[in-house]
Design a protein around this ligand. Structure first.
Ligand SMILES: Cc1ncc(COP(=O)(O)O)c(C=O)c1O
Length: 484
């Protein structure tokens, strides 16, 4: 145990020790039943005499927080939870803490924290795929193989840009999607969220403009808000971003970046049509503005023809392409990547070094093996089959349980059904009633700059639950909306 004791304090040493331990007990960091260090051991590690520690323990016993058991030491007792020590200081933080700047965002806070969720809730609000489909045994074997084969090299920092063989493999995969690139234009990041953040920080200074779709991914809004950017939004219909509206924004505000999710847009599921993709590239050329293409679930397609990526249509290196293994495989690996050209790439690599030196080397090596032996594409096919069935189950359940006046669009891929609520139902009110019925969804306001604009919509994730749970979840939702 390492406690910072102050020999010059007016508070005696034994009281300093008991204060530290009391804070740990009341905040739950020392849980009931835990044995405190033996008096002799703690006295030696703190450099105090045994009597000091004994007095500290006696004080805690007198407070009813600790008990001694004959011959086996001192134990933490069960007690009413107290206020965390930090909270008790909230009025009293040093002045410099009042100057902290984080751009001030609220969007993500609209998500209910995991700890506050009830276990029997049906969660239709998530942004990810089903972790139960992740090939746990195979991946564990791959990790073991990598450690045996590569030894200590597998646990070094590794290259800043990412494990080269993984980048080579990714370049081959991307070539099959029409993106001609090489390992030296690919940077591995800690999820695509980091790629968005690095790119925004590199290209834009606070106050500069960025264009987003309306609605859009809440995590991107967080990044742009935190950077202090002027965010301009452009509507989305079934064919993706509205190009006329975009042109108006480009003329009027001359933004420094256009951020778009062209495939199975989060949250609406829309795909940018082939014609609009070409228009977007032309507009970007005319206004000399870079495009940040977020292809977070491009490979999770159930029907229809894939459109070319914006990156593959881009003759000038104006598109910065971002993708991730989070949705196709699992988010906890925290592996995403960015494809960029020339100085943009070089600067992204430098800023990656400032942020975290490199993405986890061991995971990258195992992932490279997993992707290159064809297991990844087999997994993708299997997952798509499962998710397609779940999408169909959700669409059928919506037909059965949603009241008149609701509407939704059948997504051709991805993870979500974006649902419009009947007039007069507000998503934030509905969420409260839905929680009471045991189901939660992502309220539309999460995806708008002005949350009020999203009150008429909700996003439902169909990928993360089995078909019967989806049916039950949507039934509960229908019940919450006042209809069986
Ligand atoms: C559109 C979009 N982009 C990026 C991300 C970030 O994902 P990750 O950092 O796990 O790759 C998400 C996560 O939900 C997303 O929905």
């Amino acid at each position: 145990m390492r406690l910072a004791l102050d020999p010059d304090s007016r508070l005696p040493l034994y009281a300093q020790i008991s204060d530290h331990l009391r804070d740990s007990i009341l905040t739950g960091n020392l849980r009931p039943g835990v044995r405190l260090p033996a008096v002799r051991t703690l006295a030696a590690s703190l450099g105090v005499n045994r009597g000091t520690v004994e007095s500290a323990y006696a004080k805690l016993m007198a407070e009813g927080l600790v008990a001694s058991r004959q011959g086996s030491g001192f134990y933490v007792l069960a007690h009413a939870p107290g206020e965390p020590a930090a909270a008790s200081r909230s009025g009293d933080w040093p002045a410099w803490q009042g100057r902290l700047r984080y751009g001030g965002y609220e969007a993500m806070s609209a998500y209910l924290p995991e700890a506050s969720r009830q276990t029997d809730w049906i969660a239709l609000d998530g942004g990810a795929c089903d972790p139960r489909l992740f090939p746990m045994d195979e991946f564990r074997r791959m990790l073991g193989q990598v450690m045996r084969r590569d030894g200590s090299a597998s646990v070094e920092y590794g290259e800043i840009a990412g494990y080269r063989p993984l980048r080579v493999t990714l370049a081959q995969v991307l070539a099959s999607q029409g993106i001609q690139t090489g390992a030296d234009s690919i940077l591995i990041t800690a999820g695509s969220q980091q790629a968005l953040s690095l790119t925004a920080a590199l290209l834009l200074v606070p106050g500069q403009g960025v264009v987003v779709e309306r609605p859009t991914y809440a995590g991107a809004l967080d990044v742009f808000r935190a950077r202090g950017l002027a965010i301009h939004s452009v509507g989305v219909d079934e064919e993706g971003m509205d190009m006329e509206a975009l042109e108006e924004v480009l003329v009027r505000h001359r933004p420094g970046l256009v951020y778009t999710i062209p495939n199975f847009h989060n949250p609406t599921g829309a795909c940018l049509s082939g014609q609009r993709r070409r228009q977007l590239i032309n507009l970007a050329g005319r206004f000399d503005v870079p495009i940040l293409e977020d292809d977070y679930v491009g490979d999770i397609r159930y029907e229809g023809r894939a459109q070319p990526t914006l990156k593959s249509l881009d003759p000038d290196g104006r598109v910065i392409y971002v993708s991730t293994f989070s949705k196709m495989l699992i988010p906890g690996l925290r592996v995403g990547f960015v494809v960029a050209d020339g100085p943009v790439y070089d600067h992204l690599v430098r800023s990656k070094r400032c942020h975290d030196l490199a993405t986890c080397n061991l995971i990258q090596r195992a992932l490279r093996d997993y992707v290159s032996v064809g297991r990844y594409s087999a997994h993708l096919q299997r997952s798509c089959t499962v998710y397609r069935r779940r999408r169909d189950a959700m669409l059928a359940a919506l037909e059965r349980h949603m009241p008149a006046g609701s509407s939704w669009v059948r997504p051709k891929g991805g993870l979500f059904v974006w649902t419009r609520l009947p007039d007069g139902i507000r998503a934030s009110d509905l969420l409260v009633k839905a929680c009471a019925e045991g189901v939660i969804f992502a309220p539309g306001g999460n995806f708008y700059l002005d949350p009020e604009k999203g009150e008429g919509c909700m996003r439902l994730n169909f990928a993360s639950n089995s078909e019967d749970i989806i049916e039950e979840g949507i039934r509960r939702l229908g019940q919450a909306m006042g209809r069986r």
